[in-house]
Design a protein around this ligand. Structure first.
Ligand code: AMP
Ligand code: MG
Length: 401
């Protein structure tokens, strides 16, 4: 049986990062991965500007009780005049600081009458100014190659005037569910049928990872159905994920179908629970990962073993997100011969380490544990872990993105 950590590193290395790049407009770059390291082309802010609605003054011009005539009303987006001695310029948040001015008086700290400002409360020299370059300095590295672009990254790149980015192509993923017992929600169901949970689950998991889900196919447990589905998937996708049909039962026909197509197949029993049977095949140079059929097992295996492969194939710099620590909250100890990944909820508190509460039922058939969980807590194999013990956990918001 393969150790979990070995399986994770083998899968992470089972694909190759993209070797082609493309140009993408900034507004379509959400979920794309940078294929170049980007640097600041501008200071940010590009010039000193006002942090407040108020008045620009030269601090030395202040005399108590003496009003300063308003020389100009300088709205954001308007070029300021040079400040004359003994005068003030009305400013608004984001207005440029006029040459000669060194301080902004908040409007709440002054009274404007007949186009002149009486300052009631003189701020310290230099107050309420956002200085050129205080946020970003021209030439700073913004993002290294391999950064996944989300809302925050796009905001910074837009502020730097980047209109187009060099990115990697979106990873094309194809999904194949298998099993004669499965029906699609919306179709009639007999007692002997169950609804197909893995198809929408895996499609959502893959698109949350910013992959493009090109096909979601289902094949009955026949050699012909599997063969035809594989051909479509291999033609259109970079990575194929199958689910179910990969054990050693009579209807487990995925392995023969892969071999029939000239694929090589490593079937592993991974020392993890839920999970265990996971296969990595390669057909026509493309990786195919075969996941266990139980939705809970498929979810755990996807999270722990498939996401590193996807990130690597996307060209992302960070393939393994951080592993965190928390304190297990349980009255019954856990002890398994495999690494166990419990569906847990994380509670943050003042104590330091978060508390990890396992879902009441941890069976691999318990789909209701999935929407409940915020993380997977890792119980080491052959170790009795009591309540209060510190264990590793994998935060789903990091691991599933
Ligand atoms: P298998 O490996 O094909 O024997 O599947 C293992 C278990 O997972 C069986 O109980 C299947 O019915 C169940 N299963 C397989 N695929 C799905 C699916 N797409 N949705 C829900 N359950 C599934
Ligand atoms: Mg099956």
């Amino acid at each position: 049986m393969l150790e979990f950590d070995d399986a994770q590193s083998r899968l992470a290395a089972a694909g190759t990062p993209p070797n082609i790049t493309e140009t993408c407009p900034l507004h379509q770059a959400h979920g794309r991965v940078l294929a170049q390291t980007l640097y600041a082309t501008l200071d940010l802010p590009p010039a000193d500007n006002s942090a407040m609605d108020g008045y620009a003054i030269r601090h030395a011009d202040y005399t108590a009780g003496q009003a300063l005539p308003v020389q100009q009303r300088c709205y954001a987006g308007v070029a300021p005049e040079a400040l004359q001695t003994g005068k003030t310029i009305r400013l608004f948040t984001g207005s440029l600081i006029p040459p000669g001015a060194d301080t902004v008086v908040m409007q709440e700290d002054g009274t404007e009458t007949d186009n002149a400002l009486l300052i009631n409360q003189l701020p310290a020299k230099g107050s309420h100014i956002r200085y050129q370059g205080e946020d970003v300095t021209k030439g700073d590295q913004l993002f290294p190659m391999g950064t996944l672009l989300g809302a925050a990254e796009l905001a910074l790149l837009a502020s730097q005037g980047y209109a187009e980015l060099t990115v990697y192509p979106r990873l094309k993923v194809g999904l194949l569910t298998t099993g004669d017992e499965l029906v699609t929600p919306g179709q009639p169901r007999q007692d002997e049928h169950i609804f197909n949970s893995n198809a929408p689950m895996l499609a959502a998991l893959a698109s949350n990872m910013s992959a493009e889900v090109v096909h979601v196919l289902h094949a009955a447990d026949t050699a012909e159905a599997l063969d035809s589905a594989f051909k479509t998937l291999l033609q259109d996708c970079d990575l194929v994920l199958t689910v179910g049909g990969v054990s050693v039962g009579e209807k487990d026909l995925v392995k023969p179908a892969i071999e029939q197509l000239g694929g090589t197949m490593d079937l592993w029993r991974v020392r993890m629970k839920p999970g265990k049977p996971v296969a990595l095949a390669r057909i026509q140079g493309k990786p195919v990962v075969c996941l266990p059929g139980n939705p809970v097992s498929a979810y755990a295996v996807f999270t722990m073993l498939v996401t590193p492969l996807i990130r690597n194939m996307q060209g992302r710099a960070v393939v393994l997100p951080p592993v965190q620590y928390g304190r297990l909250q349980t009255v019954t100890p856990f002890n398994e011969t495999r690494e166990e990944f419990l569906r847990v909820q994380t509670q943050f508190n003042d104590e330091g380490l978060p508390h990890l509460t396992p879902y009441g039922q941890q069976g691999s058939g318990i789909i209701s544990s999935l929407p409940w969980a915020t993380g997977l807590a890792r119980i080491p194999a052959n170790t009795t872990v009591q309540g209060g013990a510190v264990v590793r956990y994998y935060d789903l918001k990091h691991w599933l993105s």
